[in-house]
Design a protein around this ligand. Structure first.
Ligand code: NAD
Length: 372
């Protein structure tokens, strides 16, 4: 029987890569070793893991020594001497932070990073990016509603009638559509924009108004993703989006282009004109941000407009994110076991493998790490 280790995340991360039900799903092939307290902050106790058949280890060192495959959501390993070759699987966001892979180089380690999973039908059950994006879209709306000095729905009371808060969602992919649906459920008046024309129907089917700005470039070979737009088009977008932002109470930005810096959609000059009390939640903060003023992992107060670039917002939904991520990781691990023999010709395994026996093998990472 193979041995799988579940590592505890850093002190700021509450999400855990495997839930007790994930342990059960893998129990036919694996004895699972769980680091003491690994799931505590996501609502999964040591007892729950034990009941699912896991063995609790006192620290990460003990987990690593006992396991062939190590699983973590996003945390990197410390300075360990490995007793033999290990496989590390996680959601390391390697293209956003190249330094993540460095501790795994020059040691007997293979690393698979699930942020590089292809967005194909066959990989759908392993698509952790979608799981995280969906919860991020939901949480962005709740965070904005909490930070805004306004209530979201229309309220009629003895003091008169309050109009619904105006939400603007930029980018209508997985996160954006979930944000639209959540804002609509709270009673907001919602507008949305995306460069991909076919998002119009999806936006409208959720009851939001689609902002049309003609002239976007689309590429049928981009796998359903957006591609980089011309400077002229982005200029046009900036002007139109500026008008919409000034009118909005909450702006949630989710626009990304795979492997590239996120497009700037909200300029500082636009934020200058927004109403005090407005909130911008920038879900592209990890990729450089959609708002010119966004700072990764910070909340900026710009003349009363708050710009939120916090990845840690996801911690508020640690149980739900962990539950979805655990399903994605268990699907990947089962797939890995069944296909490892044909790894080189397998798209899912070869796309996600970034380090092989201590050497970086992902070409984009090699270039970027060399440039560090
Ligand atoms: P993403 O996170 O890369 O981008 C988010 C959104 O930003 C996208 O909708 C994109 O069009 C938009 N965007 C990019 N540049 C923009 C700009 N300048 N202005 C406005 N919007 C801009 O994308 P995503 O949310 O992961 O998904 C994108 C597509 O991929 C969707 O159609 C989704 O259904 C599809 N998808 C397919 C699979 C699968 O087949 N397994 C899985 C997940 C997503």
């Amino acid at each position: 029987m193979k041995k799988l280790g579940l590592l505890k995340e850093g002190i700021v991360d509450k999400i855990v890569a495997l839930s007790p039900s994930g342990v059960e799903k893998l129990s036919a092939d694996f004895q699972v070793f769980v680091e003491d307290g690994a799931g505590q902050l996501a609502g999964f106790t040591n007892e729950m893991y034990k009941d699912s058949g896991a063995i609790i280890c006192k620290d990460s060192k003990e987990v690593i020594v006992n396991s062939d495959i190590l699983l973590s959501f996003s945390s990197r390993i410390g300075e360990y001497k490995l007793n033999c070759k290990k496989v590390f699987i996680g959601f390391f966001n390697v293209l956003n932070d190249k330094t993540v892979v460095l501790p795994y180089t020059n040691i007997e380690a293979d690393v698979y990073s699930l942020d590089l999973i292809p967005r194909s039908t066959i990989a759908q059950a392993m698509d952790i990016i979608s799981s995280v994006a969906s919860i991020s879209g939901y949480q962005a709306v709740l965070t904005a509603a909490e930070m805004s000095p306004m209530v979201v729905p229309m309220v009629t009371s003895a003091g008169g009638t309050l109009k619904p808060a105006k939400f603007l969602i930029l980018g209508a992919g997985v996160a954006g559509l979930q944000a639209i649906a959540t804002a609509k459920r709270l009673g907001a008046s919602v507008k949305a924009f995306d460069v991909r024309k076919n998002t119009k129907n999806e936006v409208e089917s959720l009851g939001a108004q689609f902002i049309e700005i003609k002239g976007a470039v689309e590429n049928q070979n981009a796998g359903g993703y957006a591609v980089q737009q011309s400077a002229e088009y982005l200029d046009l977008v900036n002007k139109r989006i500026a008008e919409e932002c000034i009118n909005a109470d909450v702006v949630i930005t989710t626009a990304k282009i795979p492997g590239k810096q996120a497009p700037t959609l909200v300029l500082k000059s636009t934020v200058d004109k927004m109403k005090p009390g407005s909130v911008i939640i920038d879900l592209a903060a990890e990729n450089g941000g959609n708002c010119e003023l966004t700072r990764r992992n910070e909340i900026i107060d710009h003349n009363g407009v708050h710009i939120v670039g916090l990845a840690s917002m996801l911690n508020r939904c640690a149980h739900s994110v962990s539950t979805l991520a655990s399903n994605n990781f268990t699907s990947f691990i089962k797939y890995y076991l069944n296909h490892i023999d044909q790894e080189e010709s397998n798209e899912i395994l070869s796309s996600t493998k970034v380090v092989s026996n201590g050497k970086i093998i992902n070409q984009q990472l090699i270039n970027e790490v060399n440039a560090l």
